[in-house]
Design a protein. Sequence first.
Length: 362
Amino acid sequence: MDRIKKQSEFSRVKYNDAKMGAYYTDVGHCVSIGKFLQFPEDEEVCCLEPSIGDGKAVLAVTGKDRERRQNIKVFGVELNENTYADVSSNEEIHICLKADFLNDVVISHSSFSFLFMNPPYGAQEDGERYELAFLEKALPYLTKGAVAVVVVARYVAQQKEFLAQWSSGFVTEYVYRFREKEYEKFQQIVLIGKKKDKCEASQEEKQRLYSMVSDKEKIPVLPEDFLGKRIMIPKSRETNIGEFMTRVFHAGDAAKFLETSPLQGMAQEKTRVAPYIINNLGRPPIIPSEGQMYLLAVSGAGQGLVGNEENGDLHLQRGVSKIVTRNEYVQDEDGRMKEVVISFPKISYNLIESDGTIQALQ
C-alpha cells in the first residue's frame, strides 16, 4: 500500500508540473556545468538521466546539443506522456523509457559512468523528499568512479538525510550555486562528485559539506567559463547493460520496437491474412477417367465393400498386382535370334457380387 501511495503521489506531482509548466534546468547553466567535465573522444560513455524532461539539459551538459557525439549514449526515463513523445523521438537520446523511475524501472546495476539529475522537487506522503528518493534509487546503477551531477534546491541539500546519502555515495568535487537571476527562482545549486568504491562517510565529511551548503554566501557562483582541470568521465559500454526496461507494458512502444526487430516477419506471418491471389490456387479436381478408376481400384483405393444395397449394386472387390515373367525370342543387332526373359506387372481384379457370383478381371 505504501508503494502505491508513493507512486500515485509522484504521478500527481509530475502531471501537475506538466500542466502548469515543467521546471527544467536552465540550458545556459547546463552548458557551464559541462565545462567542468571531460568526456572521452573515442571511448563509449553511457549516461543516465532518471527525470529527463525535454532532454535539453542533459544534452547541453554532455555537449551533444552542439556536436554529434555517437560515443555518448543517453539513457533517460520520463513519466509525462506528452514530454516522453517528444524526447523519445530525439535522435540524440539513445533510449528513453516512459515510466515512474522510483517504482517501475528495471536497470542493471553498475552500468552507467555518468549521472545527470535534476529530480522532481517535493515531499512524498511519508515526508521523504523526491530528491533523496531519486538519489538513493540511482546510486546502484552507477559504476565505481562514475561522475554524478545533481541539481537540487539548497534547502534540500542541507537536510541531514540528503547530506548523508550524498556524502556516503560520492566524493564531492565541486559545489556551486546558480547565477543570481536563476538562483532566485528555486535556490538551485549543483553538486559534482565521483562515486566511492564503498558507500560510507565520516561525520567530518558530512559536516564539511553542511557548513558549505547551509550558507548561501559560502557557495561560489557557477562561472560561465571554467579554465581549471576538468573531471574525466570514465568509459562504460552499452553491452554491459543487461536490463534497461519498464515493468509497465506500453503497446505503442512495443509496436515501435517491432518495426526494427527480426521478429517482425514472424509476427506478420501469425497475424496477417495473406492477400487473395488467383495464381496461387491449385488446379480444380477433375473426375477420373475409366482407366484411372481401374488403376485406383487395383492399387487399393477401392478395396472392400463398394456400392449400395438399396440400389442393388453392393459388391466386394479386391485388386492384385503381381510381377510375372515370360520367355521370348528376339533378334539382336547381328541378326541372330536369342531368348530373353521379360518381366511385367499382371493385374487381376476380383469381384464378388451380392448374389455370390465371382468375376475375375485381368
